[in-house]
Ligand binder design. Structure first.
Ligand code: PHB
Length: 390
């Protein structure tokens, strides 16, 4: 079998790229190791930058996001028993939408299926060949049979554990990594939103985040030991912890509800440089990971895809390869901006084991500064909405 662009991975990066290429008349095949049900139900984060919203809307896949997502013009920082607002729209002219990543996936899969796309689920034994030639190929197993897909380009959107990044020889790439000694305990619960906007809380007991999914389902997180087990946490213990970390001294309290999902995620910052090798290009988590504090993960994947779509379009339509040649360099500028922001926000908001009282006061001083200085608040806001210059 032959196609123009072979895409490995049906996450936001792979599906969106396939869809955008289709709109430009460029053919692709998407190979995914999991089932459609799995990718459509895996719980991930849910903040879309304005640029992400605009791209989805322009690509004709933003209708449900617009109808069901919640447009937010700011968020709150909670610390020392008080809450202070960061006015995203007032400071930057931009806003964000809270809409779960798996809902974006459902919208993209529906659009691809409606267009009759070649989308293969439950693929195994994927391996890449001829990446440094003009005729790379992907071998894989599907429904009990071996296949070989010949293509012009291979795009690795298969996450940090996928085969794509591992196919770039070690000597040609450098990995940059930081593992944080804490994780996030995430819950989904029934009940009304506790607040009109997201609340990021710094407390001596640790970080907490109040987010939302709908008028009836809420998403909350609190910093935990990454090796802890959800079985150690009864609903009562979870609510006691969240109240202790988020409730304000003036009586504003989060709203408890029935918890129906619990999970623990580790936190890591990671960048692979380079993001390309011959005819292989990496996008999204295959190339970089950010801790969830800045809500950048899916937005970075979408930003990679924007750059890559333009570069592939220039190749096929104008017979130019300069934008492909500079893909990694272009994408990494935005990646490193987001890496810094996520690291900065994580470091300011989390309890760092072994930190001295002096270092703890520095966190509070920084929060005081970003919530009182218009310049500092603007710097935070433009990073959060994704318009910081790169
Ligand atoms: C989420 O709603 O899942 C969420 C929101 C903001 C973050 C991370 C996760 O920074």
């Amino acid at each position: 079998m032959r196609t123009q662009v072979g895409i490995i991975g049906a996450g936001p990066a792979g599906l969106l790229l396939s869809h955008l290429l289709h709109l430009r008349g460029i053919e692709s095949v998407v190979l995914e190791s999991r089932s459609r049900e799995q990718i459509e139900s895996t719980i991930r984060a849910g903040v879309l930058e304005q640029g992400t919203m605009d791209l989805l809307t322009d690509a004709g896949v933003g209708a449900r996001m617009k109808a069901e997502g919640a447009l937010h013009h700011g968020f709150e920082l909670a610390f020392e028993g008080k809450r202070r607002r960061i006015d995203l729209t007032g400071l930057t002219g931009h806003s964000i939408t809270v809409y779960a990543q798996h809902e974006v996936i459902k919208d993209l899969v529906a659009a691809r299926v409606a267009a009759g796309a070649a989308l293969r689920f439950n693929v195994s034994d994927t391996s890449l060949r001829g990446l440094d030639t003009e005729t790379p190929s992907i071998r894989y197993r599907h429904e009990g049979e071996e296949h070989e897909l010949q293509c012009d380009f291979v795009i690795g959107c298969d996450g940090s554990q996928g085969v794509s990044r591992a196919s770039i020889p070690h000597a040609l790439r450098k990995d940059y990594e930081r593992v944080y000694p804490f994780g996030w305990f995430g819950i989904l619960c029934e009940g009304p939103p506790s607040s009109d906007e997201l609340i990021y809380a710094r407390h001596d007991r640790g970080f907490a985040l109040v987010s939302t999914r709908s008028a009836h389902v809420q998403r909350m997180y609190f910093q935990c030991d990454p090796k802890d087990s959800v079985d150690n946490w009864s609903d009562d213990r979870i609510w006691a912890e969240l109240h202790a970390r988020v409730d304000s001294h003036d009586g504003q309290k989060i709203v408890d509800g029935k918890i129906f999902q619990k999970n623990i995620v580790g936190m890591r910052s990671f960048v692979s440089a380079t993001m390309q090798h011959g005819r292989l290009f990496l996008a999204g988590d295959a190339a970089h990971i950010v801790p969830p504090t800045g809500a950048k993960g899916m937005n970075l994947a979408v930003a990679d895809v924007r750059v890559l779509t333009r570069a592939l379009d220039a190749f096929y339509v104008e017979n130019r390869s300069d934008l492909l040649d500079s893909y990694s360099e272009t994408a990494l500028k935005r990646v490193w901006r987001a890496e810094h922001f996520s690291y900065w926000m994580t470091s300011m908001m989390h309890r760092i084991e072994g930190a001295s009282p002096f270092e703890q006061q520095l966190q509070v001083a920084e929060l005081e500064y970003v919530t009182t200085s218009r310049a500092a608040a603007t710097a935070m806001a433009e990073n959060y909405v994704g318009v910081a210059p790169v």
